[in-house]
Design a protein around this ligand. Structure first.
Ligand code: NAI
Ligand code: MG
Length: 329
């Protein structure tokens, strides 16, 4: 039996999590779900976006599923703080073309490995005289750790190239150390090709030659921005899952946010959340089940009959979820 922490958050976080739980309940695997609060609704109720109790539930679990949360003015981001609290330092974001989806190309298959614990998302901001300052912390330790995660993932995926993204021509110290740590780590993986690009050029290459990338490693903010751009290459955020992996825990969540523009309408695409649960099952070693769910999702998407409006259909979140479950039976 697996202890799974469920933190739905708010907005479509709750809708896609309900869909995901509906599917998990249909599997031949025993889960014990423990529920934690986080996000905007949680702040209005408890005065904090991430209660200690939620961190405890997450820490005691075998894995965490997170939905999405709406940002709360003046308050820290619960998901950024939860990733830090669990020390899940590697944010793994696979991007792939699915059959039946209007993608930029049909041979896109890469993964972004985003550093999760530092960078411009330190949330250390203050004012000095009339100046607003945001601190960008980059350490050699975290940079080497994320590079190592990227090279190991490259081996696991049986691919042969890791691309490092940075802006060391301008951010000479912080991104200087990020790039240097990447190449130092690369020495231990002589069989893997390496390359590095400035983030602005990379934003263009992702559009002009996305088929040429295998594993991309980036600092926190750059990795975040390139993830949404990459999702746009393959049909949007409804198809972009992620896993946050540390040495002792894993937290799985869609790349998207709480989507207030479509929240409450039961039209959000549940695939990114369900594919995040697939990543969780892989992490837990339940490979057969994870492969079956992945195939079921691919089949429903390829059929083009039951799909949410973001993919051009008019089905609901639950219609899509039930179609995926139907494929599993
Ligand atoms: P968003 O990711 O929520 O939405 C961007 C666009 O993608 C919207 O048009 C939305 O309708 C669409 N979209 C996202 N997920 C979808 C899905 N599953 N199915 C169909 N369409 C989908 O980003 P946005 O609008 O910039 O931010 C909304 C709120 O979410 C903000 O309060 C932001 O701070 C928060 N946010 C939270 C994150 C998290 O909890 N991990 C991550 C990103 C943003
Ligand atoms: Mg993001």
């Amino acid at each position: 039996m697996y202890n799974i922490a469920i933190i739905s958050g708010d907005g479509i976080g709750q809708e896609v999590m309900s869909a995901c739980e509906f599917l998990l309940d249909k599997l031949d695997i025993n889960f014990s779900f423990k529920y934690g609060e986080a996000g905007f609704d949680c702040f209005n109720k408890n005065g904090t976006t991430l209660p200690e109790e939620t961190i405890k539930i997450a820490n005691r679990s075998d894995a965490v599923l997170f939905g999405a949360s709406t940002s709360t003015p003046g308050e820290p981001s619960p998901i950024i703080n939860l990733r830090k609290a669990l020390n899940v330092y590697a944010n793994i974001r696979p991007i792939k073309s699915y059959k039946g989806v209007n993608c930029l190309r049909d041979d896109i298959d890469f993964v972004i490995v985003r550093e999760n614990t530092e960078g411009l998302y330190s949330q250390i901001e203050y004012s000095e005289d009339n100046k607003m300052i945001a601190e960008r912390h980059i350490t050699k330790k975290a940079s080497k750790r994320i590079s190592k995660a990227a090279f190991n993932l490259c081996i696991k995926r049986e691919e042969n190239k890791v691309t490092c993204v940075h802006k060391s021509n301008v951010l000479k110290k912080t991104d200087g150390i990020f790039k240097e740590s990447f190449y130092e780590t690369a020495k231990k993986y002589p069989q893997i090709k390496t390359e590095d690009y400035y983030v602005d050029a990379m934003a263009m290459y992702l559009i002009t030659q996305p088929q040429n990338f295998d594993v991309i490693v980036a600092s926190n903010l750059f990795g975040d921005i390139l993830s949404d751009e990459s999702a746009g290459l393959v049909g949007g955020l409804g198809l972009a899952p992620s896993g946050n992996i540390g040495d002792h825990n894993g937290l799985f969540e869609p790349v998207h946010g709480s989507a207030p523009d479509i929240a409450g309408k039961n039209i959000s695409n549940p695939c990114s959340m369900i594919l995040s649960a697939v990543m969780m099952l892989d992490y837990l070693g339940e490979w057969e089940t994870s492969n079956n769910i992945k195939s079921a999702v691919e089949k429903v998407i390829a059929d083009c009959k039951i799909r949410t409006p973001d993919l051009g259909g008019n089905s609901s979140t639950m219609d899509v979820t039930k179609a995926i479950v139907q494929e599993l039976i």
